[in-house]
Design a binder for this molecule. Structure first.
Ligand code: HEC
Length: 178
């Protein structure tokens, strides 16, 4: 009887010991995990924010540096910022479109990614190619972050109602619609 009791006590002691060892292991595992999490939490959003948040101010500088106004700025400034040109570009039936978010005559609610695609690779909102007069800025070294800055800037413009004739590009458009 005494012997059995002693064995039981010894068993319990080792169980208690085992439990504390296990919980120590578990605690340090949790600590490591949390440590990793805390590290990620502090690093990821900051890095993401620094890289990903598009800036309309940078977009305005990029638009000025790239000379988008040559084709998209009305000759009369009172007709609005980047509200398009009603005269076709030389030797073409292509018109620099209204880049303001006007619902009827501008880009309305184009998503930033769609605008970036138009600027980088000349892809229109319908997925087809824009007239070749619109430069493909990826070929000039532009990358996605700059295009997204430009998109943020264009989306921030005051919507201007300024109807622009539709561009017609004989070499590209009819084939795309066939
Ligand atoms: C040499 C003239 C020219 C320059 C410079 C130019 N564009 Fe364009 N862009 C055009 C023409 C023309 C179109 C219309 C093409 C079409 O409808 O097929 C166009 C279309 C676009 C479109 C599509 C809009 C729509 O409603 O279909 C966007 C966006 C755009 N341009 C942005 C820009 C930005 C931003 C810049 C400067 C980084 C720029 N463009 C510089 C001529 C130009």
């Amino acid at each position: 009887m005494t012997c059995a009791l002693r064995r039981w006590a010894a068993l319990r002691r080792s169980l208690v010991l085992l439990r504390s060892v296990l919980s120590a292991v578990a605690l340090s595992a949790v600590a490591v995990t949390l440590g990793g999490c805390t590290g990620d939490d502090s690093a990821a959003p900051d890095a993401g924010a620094a890289e990903a948040a598009p800036s309309a101010a940078s977009g305005a500088s990029a638009v000025a540096a790239r000379g988008c106004d040559r084709c998209h700025q009305p000759s009369d400034p009172r007709e609005g910022v980047l509200a398009g040109q009603t005269t076709a570009l030389p030797g073409s039936h292509a018109y620099g479109s209204n880049l303001t978010p006007d619902p009827d005559t501008g880009m309305d609610a184009w998503e930033a990614g769609t605008i970036a695609q138009a600027v980088l690779v000349g892809q229109g909102s319908d997925g087809g190619p824009l007239c070749p007069q619109m430069p493909r800025y990826a070929e000039a070294g532009m990358e996605q972050p700059e295009a997204l800055d430009i998109a943020a800037y264009l989306q921030s413009l005051a919507p201007v109602r300024h109807p622009i004739p539709p561009s017609v590009c004989p070499a590209l458009r009819p084939r795309a619609r066939d």
